[in-house]
Ligand binder design. Structure first.
Ligand code: ADP
Ligand code: CA
Ligand code: CA
Length: 300
């Protein structure tokens, strides 16, 4: 039933700026999705800023929310579960139980659940989660239908240091070996071609004997942006709801190029302040729905 545009989105919340649920909810709502949020943290801003104040959910709070969601029979209504920043090993493990519970409930009604797991743990060689969280993700990633790690998270999980396409392919195979059907390694830069970013999409469904692979390349925009992955997983899910995999990936990549370019145009170039580099999510309505940048997705 393609009309079912319902998501349980388990991510961070920030008062200022656009990461986690703050970055994902608006694009998903624009695409017509009902987004039920679980905010794993409720912080003043993302962790790049010198000062971070707020609240972090513990297991009990997660379970209390789930009790309410379960008691009101909301659970079986979710067509998708999307997870991002959690940084709590107990909650990561509990999410697996939640996904299993929803899957079982929906199977009884002949309905599908797609679990999109963005295993948010770090970026560019810096791990910002606890070691036990990495282990918890290793144990649960096989339950994800789709995973969208950045190259560093894919490296942490698989134990394969991604430096080029060969190592990216090996890492993707690790995900498939765990049971993850689709993995998108969203971007990586090679020594040979530092001007560009490449990506890898690898899909291994139950019918496939070998994985289907897609790749593409787009210019590296100088500078570090936060929340790019969170916008990516949101719009990727939205496009995948109505398009084939390779089309959805191309559109999602295009959205990110549009949004980063819009951010740069409005004062957020690579050298500007963190505040100036907050992604212009709300200014990019047309792009979020139908990006102007075209990123070609080629079969390998
Ligand atoms: P994460 O944000 O989770 O670390 P990535 O760094 O791979 O993941 O970014 C997600 C997506 O955002 C990429 O697939 C790419 O489309 C876009 N992106 C992020 N940073 C840049 C950049 N500096 N230049 C161009 N595109 C970028
Ligand atoms: Ca990154
Ligand atoms: Ca990320």
């Amino acid at each position: 039933m393609s009309a079912e545009k319902t998501i349980l989105s388990i991510q961070s919340f920030v008062t200022h700026g656009y990461v986690g649920n703050k970055a994902a909810t608006f694009p998903l709502q624009l695409h017509g999705f009902d987004v039920d949020n679980i905010n794993t943290v409720s912080l003043s801003n993302h962790s790049g800023y010198p000062i971070i104040c707020g609240h972090r959910m513990d297991l009990q709070e997660y379970e209390t929310l789930m009790d309410g969601i379960r008691a009101n029979n909301f659970l079986s209504s979710y067509r998708y579960v999307l997870t991002g920043y959690i940084n709590n090993a107990d909650i990561v493990r509990k999410v697996r139980d939640t996904v299993r519970e929803i899957r079982t409930l929906r199977e009884k009604e002949g309905k599908k659940l797609t679990f999109v797991c963005d295993p948010v743990m770090g970026d560019d060689g810096i791990m910002y989660c606890k070691e036990e969280v990495l282990q918890a993700y290793k144990d649960m990633i096989g339950n994800a239908d789709i995973s969208t790690p950045n190259y560093y998270e894919a490296s942490l999980l698989s134990g394969i240091n991604i430096t080029d396409m060969k190592t990216a392919l090996q890492a993707a195979d690790w995900f498939h070996a765990q049971g993850t059907k689709i993995v998108v390694i969203k971007s990586f830069r090679t020594k040979e071609d530092p001007q560009n970013l490449q990506f890898l999409v690898s899909s291994m469904t139950d019918e496939d004997k070998t994985p289907q692979r897609f790749t593409g390349v787009f210019p590296y925009l100088e500078g570090r942006y936060t929340g790019t992955g969170d916008v990516f997983s949101a719009v990727f899910l939205a496009f995948l709801h109505q398009h084939p995999l390779e089309v959805a990936v191309g559109k999602a990549m295009g959205v990110l190029q549009d949004v980063i370019l819009a951010t740069r145009k409005e004062g957020g170039d690579g050298k500007s302040s963190l505040m100036s580099r907050e992604l212009r999510v709300t200014r990019s309505v047309q792009s979020l729905l139908n990006p102007t940048t075209l990123v070609e997705v080629k079969p390998m």
